[in-house]
Design a binder for this molecule. Structure first.
Ligand SMILES: *[C@@H]1O[C@H](CO)[C@@H](O)[C@H](O)[C@H]1NC(C)=O
Ligand SMILES: *[C@@H]1O[C@H](CO)[C@@H](O)[C@H](O)[C@H]1NC(C)=O
Ligand SMILES: *[C@@H]1O[C@H](CO)[C@@H](O)[C@H](O)[C@H]1NC(C)=O
Ligand SMILES: *[C@@H]1O[C@H](CO)[C@@H](O)[C@H](O)[C@H]1NC(C)=O
Length: 460
C-alpha cells in the first residue's frame, strides 16, 4: 500500500509538475501578448507615466490621464527613462503593495530612494558606456542631478516673502520670480511695477464687494550663484546689500545655469511648504515677463468664489499650456535633449514665462517631486510632476508667451485684458505700468482675453 502511494506520488510529480509549469508559462505569454497588443493599438493614451504625453484630442482638449503609474513598457534605454524606471520599480504595486497603499503623496519616501535608483542605474556597465556619448553639458547635469540639498545663502526677511507688514488676512498671492544675480535692473523694475507687495486691489468695476476684490501680495526672487571665476568679479556682496534693503531674496548655493533651473522649482516648493502655510496662490515666473497683477488678483478671487473651489484648489494650475511637445533635437539649441538622454513625448506642461498655481498644489508638488529624477528643462519637470499627481495644467489665452498676435497690442485696453506677456525689458515694464495706470478708469471693466479661432487652429 505504502509503495503504491509512493509510486503515485512520483508519477504525479513527474507528469503534473511540468504540465503546471507549461500552463503557467502559457498564461504569462498570453497576458503579455494581450497587453502589448493593447498598447500598440492606442498610441494616444500610451503610458504617459513614462512621460509620454497623453497628447491632445483632435478637438483640442486633453486626453484623460491614467490612474496608475506603474507601466510594464520599457521605453527604450535612454538615460533618464532608465533612471525613472528604476525608481518607479520601488512603487510597483505588485512588487511592493505597501508603498502604493499609502498613496503617492503621503509616503515616507525621501531622497534616499532617488539616490538608490540612481546608483542602481549608473553602476551598470552599459550606462557608463552611454554616459560618455552624452553632450558635455548633459554630462555635467547628470553628474550633479542626484543632489538637491543645496543650502540657502540668503533668506527673505518676512516669513513667506517680502511684504508681511500690517496684513489683516493671509496672503492671496506670492510672486516667485526666477532671476539671476546680474539681473538687478529686472528685479528693480518688477519691484516698482507689477511686483509691488502689500494690498493690491483687483481690476474690476466698482462693486459693492469693496475690499473683497483685492488681496495681499508678497514677493520673492529665486536665485542661484554666479560663478565669480567665469564672471571675473564677485557680485555676491551686492546681492547681500540688496537683500538687506528689500528682504525679497531667496538664494541657494548652486550655479545659476539653465540646466539648474529645475532646482529652483524643487527648492522653492520645499521652502514654500515649510514657511508659507496660508498663502492661497503662487505665481512662478521669469524676470522678463510683464504681469497684470490687479487682473490676476481678480482672476484668482473669481476662482475662489466658484462652487467647489476648495476641491478645485487641489489641482489648480493655469498658464500657457503646451501639449504633446517633442524634445528639441537640434544640438545647437539651449533646449537640446538628445534621445540618448530622454525618449518619448513631453508631458503636458505650462511653458513660457509664467504660471499660476494654488499653494496647496505647491505642497503636493513638493511631495511628489521627491520621486521624480530631476530633468534639465524646468517647465517639463513641473509637467512630469503634474502627471504623477494625475492632473494637468489648464490653458488660458490671457497668458501670452509669444506676445500679442497681429496688432492686438495697439488696442487701448490690450494690457488690461491679459494676465501675462513675455517678454518685456525693464524699461518697457515701467512704461507699460504707467500707461496702464493712466487708462485704468476707461479699461477697468474689459473682459479677459479669450482665444480666437486662428489660435485654436495653431494649437492643434
Ligand atoms: C473632445 O473629444 C473627446 C473625445 O472624443 C471628448 O471626450 C471631449 O468631451 C471633447 N471635448 C470637447 C471640448 O468637445
Ligand atoms: C470707482 O470708485 C472710485 C472711488 O470710490 C472712483 O474714484 C472711480 O472713479 C470709480 N470708478 C468707476 C469706473 O466708477
Ligand atoms: C548645478 O550646480 C552645481 C552646484 O553649483 C554645479 O556643480 C553644476 O555644475 C550645475 N549643473 C549644471 C548643469 O550647470
Ligand atoms: C506631504 O507628505 C507629508 C508626509 O510625507 C504629509 O504629511 C502631507 O500631508 C503631504 N502633503 C500634501 C499636500 O499632500
Amino acid at each position: 500500500m505504502a509503495r503504491c502511494y509512493c509510486r503515485w506520488r512520483n508519477l504525479l510529480i513527474c507528469v503534473c509538475g511540468p504540465c503546471i509549469c507549461l500552463a503557467l508559462l502559457f498564461i504569462y505569454v498570453a497576458v503579455m501578448l494581450c497587453l502589448s497588443l493593447n498598447s500598440t493599438g492606442m498610441p494616444t493614451v500610451l503610458n504617459p507615466l513614462h512621460f509620454v504625453a497623453s497628447g491632445t484630442f483632435s478637438n483640442g482638449s486633453f486626453a484623460p490621464l491614467p490612474k496608475t503609474f506603474w507601466e510594464f513598457h520599457l521605453h527604450g534605454n535612454a538615460f533618464w527613462n532608465r533612471l525613472q524606471l528604476a525608481i518607479d520599480r520601488h512603487f510597483n504595486p505588485i512588487l511592493r503593495s505597501k508603498n502604493t497603499k499609502k498613496g503617492f503623496e503621503s509616503s515616507i519616501v525621501n531622497d534616499s530612494l532617488l539616490r538608490q535608483s540612481f546608483s542602481e542605474v549608473t553602476n551598470l556597465d552599459s550606462t557608463r558606456r552611454d554616459f560618455y556619448k552624452l553632450p558635455e553639458l548633459m554630462r555635467d547635469f547628470v553628474v550633479h542631478m542626484n543632489r538637491r540639498d543645496y543650502p540657502v545663502l540668503l533668506h527673505p526677511d518676512a516669513v513667506c516673502g517680502a511684504g508681511a507688514k500690517d496684513e489683516r488676512e493671509p496672503p492671496l498671492l506670492l510672486l516667485a520670480i526666477k532671476t539671476t544675480e546680474l539681473n538687478f535692473k529686472n528685479r528693480q523694475a518688477i519691484r516698482r511695477t507689477w511686483g509691488q507687495e502689500g494690498w493690491v486691489a483687483g481690476q474690476r468695476r466698482n462693486s459693492s464687494r469693496g475690499k473683497a476684490d483685492g488681496g495681499y501680495v508678497r514677493r520673492v526672487f529665486l536665485l542661484g550663484k554666479e560663478n565669480p571665476q567665469e564672471l571675473g568679479v564677485d557680485v555676491s556682496h551686492l546681492l547681500q546689500l540688496e537683500s538687506k534693503r528689500y528682504g525679497d531674496i531667496l538664494q541657494w548655493d548652486f550655479s545659476d545655469t539653465f540646466f539648474n533651473l529645475t532646482l529652483k522649482d524643487v527648492l522653492f516648493w520645499s521652502w514654500f511648504s515649510d514657511v508659507c502655510d496660508q498663502t492661497r496662490f503662487v505665481f512662478k515666473g521669469d524676470d522678463d515677463v510683464f504681469v497684470n497683477t490687479p487682473r490676476m488678483i481678480s482672476f484668482l478671487q473669481d476662482q475662489l468664489r466658484k462652487p467647489q473651489a476648495d476641491k478645485a484648489m487641489n489641482d489648480f494650475m493655469v498658464g500657457d499650456v503646451i501639449g504633446a511637445a517633442l524634445p528639441n533635437r537640434v544640438d545647437k539649441s539651449k533646449y537640446f535633449v538628445p534621445d540618448s538622454f530622454y525618449k518619448g513625448i513631453y508631458p503636458t506642461y505650462a511653458g513660457g514665462g509664467g504660471v499660476v498655481y494654488s499653494g496647496l498644489l505647491a505642497k503636493r508638488l513638493h511631495n511628489v517631486s521627491k520621486r521624480i529624477h530631476l530633468f534639465p528643462i524646468d517647465d517639463v519637470f513641473v509637467g512630469m510632476c503634474m502627471v504623477r499627481l494625475n492632473t494637468h495644467p489648464i490653458h488660458h489665452p490671457a497668458f501670452l508667451t509669444f506676445d500679442f498676435p497681429d496688432k492686438d497690442e495697439e488696442k487701448l485696453c490690450a494690457y488690461h485684458r491679459i494676465l501675462l506677456v513675455h517678454k518685456r525689458s525693464p524699461t518697457q515694464m515701467v512704461k507699460l505700468w504707467a500707461d496702464m495706470k493712466k487708462r485704468q478708469i476707461r479699461c477697468w471693466g474689459v473682459p479677459l482675453r479669450a482665444a480666437n479661432k486662428k489660435e485654436n487652429k495653431k494649437k492643434l
